[in-house]
Design a protein around this ligand. Sequence first.
Ligand SMILES: Nc1nc2c(ncn2[C@@H]2O[C@H](COP(=O)(O)OP(=O)(O)O)[C@@H](O)[C@H]2O)c(=O)[nH]1
Ligand SMILES: [Mg+2]
Length: 393
Amino acid sequence: MYRCGGVSVWRCTGVSVYQSDLFYLYRVKSHPPKQKSALEVMKGIEQPSQVNEQAVNILQNSSRKLLTKEDYLLGIRSGNRAILGQAITLIESTLHKHQLMAQDLVAACLPLSGKSLRIGITGVPGVGKSTFIEVFGKYLTSKAHKVAVLAIDPSSQRSKGSILGDKTRMETLSVDANAFIRPSPSAGSLGGVARKTQETLILCEAAGFDIVIIETVGVGQSETAVHNMVDFFLLLMLPGAGDELQGIKRGIMEMADALIINKADGDQKVLASLAQSQYQHALHLFPPPPSGWLPVVMTCSAQYGIGISEVWDLLSQYRDHVGQNDFFKKNRLEQTKERMHGALEESLRQHLFGNELVSALIPLLEKQLEENKLSPYVAAQQIIEAYQAAKKS
Ligand SMILES: Nc1nc2c(ncn2[C@@H]2O[C@H](COP(=O)(O)OP(=O)(O)O)[C@@H](O)[C@H]2O)c(=O)[nH]1
Ligand SMILES: [Mg+2]
């Protein structure tokens, strides 16, 4: 067992298992799973102990039987966050049998999914994403919504997880009975992490969460991945800093349905208003988005809870707008198709480059390219032909 980003993790037969998850990984008939709070599900964060005594005891005394698909499904459908956490661990597991079970479970949850409003939130580190999500999430649960917070952060292995690191700032939301917070899976390529997050989203929706917030750090490729899985994309900005300074690429601004300038409090209030009009003006110069919704620029202070209900009002307006013009449905369909094509491309790439003949041929062709003996197009064609020949033999 080791500690990762403040969370104690069990490393057993090649799979990472969150400490508290162990409790539910094995079915203990005499100890039926009880409802746990979100904080408990994420347990380990504040724990100084290196060993989860409870899990060890249960493992020693249990019949070591994995929950069945029906157990998971029942737990998820009833909104049991501990079981939901367990099921997500299966999705993240690298064990083949867990993967099979996870795929089964995702397929079973698919018909129950799709009913939430999916919100993507991005912005540079320090802009206040965690503070905002905490306050916004609490606002939503106070309005009888059920909120799930997920994160995409492919770099999280290095940075030890975006949300985990911010745990202290989500203390209130994580103990809210109507919230569920799950950090980014801590390993893998962006494609892999995105897929796991997408599947996690399906389980969360099946568990009855009607608002799913997906957080990403606004500096890399992950924005596009998040944009492709949400209905509304929200970009948090700092007052008084140009977008070059904030490291926000133009492409990310173009994806945004709303720009929210956070920290509009104290001395920064005036700067925030100035930035608001500047960004509003800049957005007018962008081509109109396919949703027909012109992105809105607003200010807020997550710290002082100012402008939070206004953000929700804006989201409601957006939902009405894209509901009326049918973009909501069309966009989701497009996203699903895009995911299929993305998965297909990824799989083709793996097959192609995983082929021994192809990987032996590529350096030879590269040499010929260097010597101007071959055109890149002919080389590509030769690779495909070599692959096809290898498949036939
Ligand atoms: N003044 C002010 N500070 C804020 C506000 N929101 C967040 N902060 C502070 O900004 C810092 C970074 O916030 P955090 O939520 O961790 O940002 P993240 O990296 O984007 O998740 C923290 O010290 C927060 O207390 C705000 O609305 N006003
Ligand atoms: Mg954060």
